[in-house]
Design a protein around this ligand. Structure first.
Ligand SMILES: C[S@@+](CC[C@H](N)C(=O)[O-])C[C@H]1O[C@@H](n2cnc3c(N)ncnc32)[C@H](O)[C@@H]1O
Length: 264
């Protein structure tokens, strides 16, 4: 029996659940936190290794399910106010799971045979990263690559917004950017920036050409794609908008572009 009633918040085994609202700290941790029963189930289904679970005592069904399926994994149970004091937020979705971070994917192996790749250049908001992963997974993207300064896909908010697709969608973090463009070109990718530049072509035009291998770079929320990146890619592509609107949210732009540019 691995159900453990929380007696004291000093228990060192609860360390994974402390200060969960600190995103910078989360990036340095060797574990990630899955939030909500659905996302915990998806993490388990992906083969991620659970270290422990933390469940609100009112969710008896979830406690039974996790304890039956993972009898050797510590399952901490306690009242909502105690869990809130521990984690720093109200745990209204019932369950949290702490999991070992998977080993980083090998970039060359990811790109081998891929036809559609998305690169996130310094996308800083966890909600945008999560939304882009969800679209990428749903729309058939073979790999998502992140520049070193992009937000962590395994931060709990990104995981939650992605609805757990960060576990199934292949991805890798690049060591350097825009130097990573060289690796994409070595693998035969046309690299295009999704950006509103004066010389950008319309997205329909690129979709019609249907490149065999296409990597699409998405820009950071504030400034958009860096000038040095624009100088290194094969071209820029834009989603035409009504006059007077400066840009779309990067997550919304990604969903439109990934659908339009899907491999055919
Ligand atoms: C919010 S925008 C950045 C700001 C934008 N460069 C501006 O001057 O308003 C963030 C990213 O979303 C994408 N994006 C948003 N709207 C777009 C559009 N209409 N066409 C192409 N890319 C777009 C680009 O990748 C852009 O770098």
């Amino acid at each position: 029996m691995s159900i453990l009633r929380i007696e004291t918040l000093d228990d060192p085994r609860l360390g994974d659940y402390r200060g969960l609202t600190d995103a910078a700290l989360a990036k340095t941790r060797s574990r990630f936190i899955a939030e909500s029963t659905v996302v915990v189930r998806r993490a388990l289904a992906s083969g991620a290794a659970p270290v422990s679970f933390l469940v609100d005592e009112r969710h008896g069904g979830v406690i039974d399910e996790l304890n039956t399926q993972h009898p050797d994994t510590p399952l901490f149970v306690g009242p909502a106010p105690v869990l809130e004091e521990l984690t720093g937020f109200h745990l209204h979705r019932g369950a949290l799971g702490a999991f070992d971070r998977p080993a980083p994917a090998d970039l060359d192996a990811l790109l081998e045979g891929a036809r559609r790749v998305v690169v996130l250049e310094d996308v800083a908001e966890h909600t945008n990263v999560g939304a882009i992963f969800r679209s990428a997974a749903g729309l058939g993207i073979d790999a998502v690559l992140l520049s070193p300064r992009s937000a962590d896909p395994l931060y709990r908010r990104a995981i939650r917004v992605s609805m757990g697709t960060v576990f199934s969608q292949p991805w890798a973090r690049l060591d350097a950017w825009p130097d990573g463009i060289a690796a994409l070109k070595r693998h035969g990718f046309e690299v295009h920036a999704l950006e509103l530049t004066d010389d950008a072509i319309g997205i329909d035009e690129l979709a019609e050409r249907n490149p065999q291998r296409l990597a699409l770079v998405l820009g950071t929320e504030g400034a958009g794609i860096r000038p040095e990146t624009l100088g290194a890619v094969d071209g820029a592509v834009l989603i035409p908008m009504r006059e007077g609107v400066s840009s779309l949210n990067v997550g919304a732009a990604a969903a439109i572009a990934l659908w339009e540019l899907r491999a055919r």
